[in-house]
Design a protein around this ligand. Sequence first.
Ligand SMILES: Cc1cc2nc3c(=O)[nH]c(=O)nc-3n(C[C@H](O)[C@H](O)[C@H](O)COP(=O)(O)O)c2cc1C
Length: 218
Amino acid sequence: MSTGTGKDLSSMRKNYYLSHLAEDNVSKDPFEQFRLWFEYAQNSNIIEPNSMILATADKKGIPNARVVLLKSFGPEGFLFYTNYESTKGKELLENPHAAIVFYWPNLERQLRMTGSVQKISKEESERYFQSRPRDSQIGTIVSEQSRPVENRQALEESFYQLKEELEGKEVPYPENWGGFRFIPDSFEFWQGRPNRLHDRIQYKIDSGNEWKILRLAP
Ligand SMILES: Cc1cc2nc3c(=O)[nH]c(=O)nc-3n(C[C@H](O)[C@H](O)[C@H](O)COP(=O)(O)O)c2cc1C
């Protein structure tokens, strides 16, 4: 089939061979396994290895997805920041279930998580907001994220106007902006392998609140 680009997508495929993953060579703790993979990605010349696809659904279950940046992680969860009144903000506030995907093609790795989010405290969000570059803080305030804007010029004018108004003052923290902590209830580590026989190692919490490791068919 032609794609209009002169390249036939149906014959585009790649064999994966870089690494492997087995039940007995992963950590028993998925957060530790995440840390190992994430650190490796950070040291692998990947552009923005902390960019992740965040999937949400509204209260009717209609899905949506976009990229956000992971800002910290640990056993307590995975932190990202956004506008609480944006499309994703509203979706997460009405339905906290979410999923996250990292895809690091150079490493032939995909990392998936399912779980739910909690809004972090205003104090924690404010602390992070104050650590951001001043122009990003101003940009955050003037952008009513996910709402229509008249045109690019209107957006830039409000940025420069606010920048002037705040000259010499601290940029006030906007309470409609802050962090969500994503708390996973499953992880899946996918490593590409030859012949489509990829490794998929899944962690799920069992009834005894322990992480159970399973291998899934590719
Ligand atoms: C590399 C990259 C990083 C991004 N990081 C964030 C982020 O951390 N927070 C955020 O709100 N939007 C981020 N965005 C923009 C979102 O993808 C999206 O356009 C925006 O948040 C509006 O989404 P929504 O309408 O679903 O709420 C990023 C986009 C890209 C491509």
